[in-house]
Structures are given as C-alpha cells and as structure tokens.
Write a protein that binds this ligand. Structure first.
Ligand code: TRP
Length: 371
C-alpha cells in the first residue's frame, strides 16, 4: 500500500478547486479522562486560544474525544462522562469561545465512525503496531499481550476526526506527531486511490521547547494523574502554592552557594514556559530577565526557595483568571451542555458533507440524488 510514495506526492499537488478553497481550518481535541493541567495549557491550549483570536482561521473545531477515551476506558464510562464537562470548563476558562470555535463531542458525530471504517482498508496491522505513541501506550496499559482492537485502531479514527473537517492545521502536543504522520499517509492513500478528496493535515507544536513536554512537579518526564505530579487549571491558590513549593529541583544544589543546574530542573523549565519580562518587574526586579536568574543559579548563590517563590507568583498570576472564570462557568452546567449540543450539531453537518464526498469518491453514493 505504501510503496509508491512519489506517485502520492505528485497527485496531492493536483488539488481540486473545492479542496483548494478550504484553508486554515483547525481541528484538535482532548480525551476526557481527567481535568486539564498546565502541561495541556502550554502544550496546546494557550496556542489554540491565540489562533482563535488571531482571526487567521476560517473555522476552528475543538473536539472532546469521548469515543477515543473509551478505547482504553471502555470499562469506566462514568469517568469519561464525568470528564466531558470538566474538559469543556477548562476550554472555556482558558478563553476558547463558542462563538468563534465549534466545541463538540466526538461520539455525537456518527459520521466519524463511518469514515473510520473506510479508512481501515488503507492501514495495515503492522503499521498500527509500529506507531510509536500507540506502542508506548500499550505498554503503559498492560495491553501488550491482548490488544483491544478499538485501542489499536484509534489512530485511524483520529484521521477521521481531522479529515472530516478538512482541517489542515492540528495544534497538538509532541506525542501526537505519529498520529499526524499516520493521518497523512491515510490521506495520501485515499486521494491516490479514489481521487483528490481529503486534505493532508500538519501538526502545530509549541515554539518554546520547554512547552513541548512540561515535566511533572516531581521531575518525572510526564505529568500524569496517577503520579500526582500535575498542577491543574482548576487548582486552588493554596494547592498551587503547595505544589510549587514542593517541587523537585536540582538534587546536587544542596547549599545556596553550590552551583545549580537549570536544564533538568523543573522550576526553571516552568519559568521558561510561563514567565514573562513583566513578571520580573513585578516580583523580582533585581533580575532583568530569566537569563540573568538562570546565570545566577548556575554560578551558585541563589537558593531554591527564592526561585520557587517567584515561580509561585508567576503561576498564581497566570492561573488566577482561569480558575475564577472556571468557577463562574461551573455554576451553570446546563449552559455548558447547551454549548456542546449546539457545537455537536454544527460539527455533524460538516462531517456529513465530507462523508458524502468520500462516498462519492468511493463510488458508494448510490442514492445521493434522492435527497
Ligand atoms: N489523541 C488526542 C489526545 O490524546 C485526542 C484527539 C482525538 C485528537 N482526535 C484528535 C487530537 C484529532 C487532535 C486531532 O488528547
């Protein structure tokens, strides 16, 4: 299936008018398996809000991926259901605006499942098993000896999510790159076999390296609920303070006078991701910027406590407005469900158009003229 790459690339430059006229469409989303944390925020959420407000995008779709969440939580539907509103609250609190972005629930766009079924023809078992993100996740979930098909094929369903909206831009975290690669392969196979129909998407990653993968407060590579090393967007001021003051730093920086490491030190990685020059003016005016603070820590003479107090001030300032908005929004959950209902209806209509294009391309549009 994947042998003739040159042919795919050539074909994909001969875009049809209809495909060409759509541009700057964003689709992205999250699995509703927990509240969102600051890793989600710097990794993708903050960027989505900027993109939304830039006015440069024709359409923006933000999906709560409940069907995907069920691929490894099929035995825990209550958890997935409960987290739909949590994720929606996190989105809205960060500034996603339902007037500008369509926020919807994956399971309520049935067309996505139908597209997945047709795309499955274009993917081999070995290709799915080679997907690095899937591989890691299988290990993590002890699924290796007995892989649920739904889980193994979620990259195919993710391709349906993206292509259903003819999205060309997918702001995601680094761990999603293999999904995008797989999506592009499926799109090329489809277009090559059935004619130009689908858009090849590209991932948009954060520019700041520290935002690519924010470590946990304990210094572990990844924030995870089970490790208890996350700062959530909904955390109270006290929780944030407690977590920041308890953060792992450089274990060899024992005395204040010792030289310290800023590279593998989560407090400095967080400052990289969150601090702005005006934070220094407000809370730490004896340093002009982060470079100066880092230099002092590296040569010795700067204590962890001072760094953590500054980081706490930065985090409090960043998260306070999000938390306040979130608390306000949480008072009216029916309004949140209304937003999701309306968004899902809108998304469904768009996905239905793509599905019609797909069926036509695949020559299974027998009754298209009877509507
Ligand atoms: N896999 C993503 C996550 O783990 C969620 C997701 C599902 C997604 N479908 C998508 C992201 C399509 C981007 C595009 O959070």
């Amino acid at each position: 299936m994947l042998k003739n790459h040159a042919a795919y690339t050539m074909r994909s430059t001969q875009r049809l008018g209809k495909v060409n006229s759509m541009k700057n469409v964003i689709l992205t989303g999250d699995r509703p398996t927990g509240k969102l944390h600051i890793g989600h925020y710097v990794g993708s959420l903050r960027r989505r809000v900027e993109m939304q407000n830039s006015g440069k995008f024709e359409k923006i779709y933000i999906m709560i991926a409940d069907a995907q969440a069920l691929t490894d939580n099929f035995d825990n539907p209550d958890k997935v259901r409960a987290n739909i509103t949590e994720v929606a609250l996190d989105y809205l609190a960060c500034g996603l605006d339902p007037k500008k972005s369509t926020i919807f629930i994956q399971s309520h766009v049935a067309e996505l499942t139908e597209l997945t079924f047709y795309y499955m023809n274009l993917v081999t078992l070995s290709r799915l098993e080679r997907n690095p993100t899937v591989k890691t996740e299988l290990k993590l979930r002890n699924f290796e000896s007995s892989i649920p098909m739904g889980f193994l094929t979620y990259p195919v369903s993710q391709t349906a999510d993206i292509t259903a909206f003819k999205a060309d831009t997918v702001p995601v975290g680094e761990d999603q790159l293999p999904m995008l690669e797989q999506a592009r392969e499926i799109v090329r196979s489809f277009n090559n076999l059935y004619g130009e129909t689908l858009i090849e998407p590209k991932a948009v990653l954060p520019e700041n390296k520290s935002c690519l993968r924010l470590p946990g407060t304990d210094g572990m590579a990844k924030m995870s609920k089970s490790l208890g090393n996350c700062i959530y967007l909904s955390d109270s001021a006290d929780e944030i303070k407690r977590k920041v003051m308890g953060m792992y730093t450089d274990p060899n920086h024992i005395k204040v006078t010792d030289p310290g490491d800023t590279k593998n030190n989560p407090t400095f990685i967080y400052l990289d991701a969150f601090s702005k020059p005006e934070h220094f003016e407000r809370y730490l005016p004896e340093y002009a910027n982060l470079d100066e603070l880092k230099a002092h820590y590296e040569r010795g003479g700067l204590g962890d406590m001072k760094v953590k107090k500054f980081l706490n001030a930065v985090m409090q300032e960043t998260l306070e407005p999000i938390r306040t908005r979130r608390e306000e929004l949480a008072k009216d959950l029916p309004a949140i469900w209304d937003i999701l209902y309306e968004g899902s209806k809108k998304a469904q209509a768009v996905a239905a158009e793509t599905l019609a294009d797909v069926k036509k391309a695949m020559k299974i549009d027998y009754f298209a003229d009877r509507k």
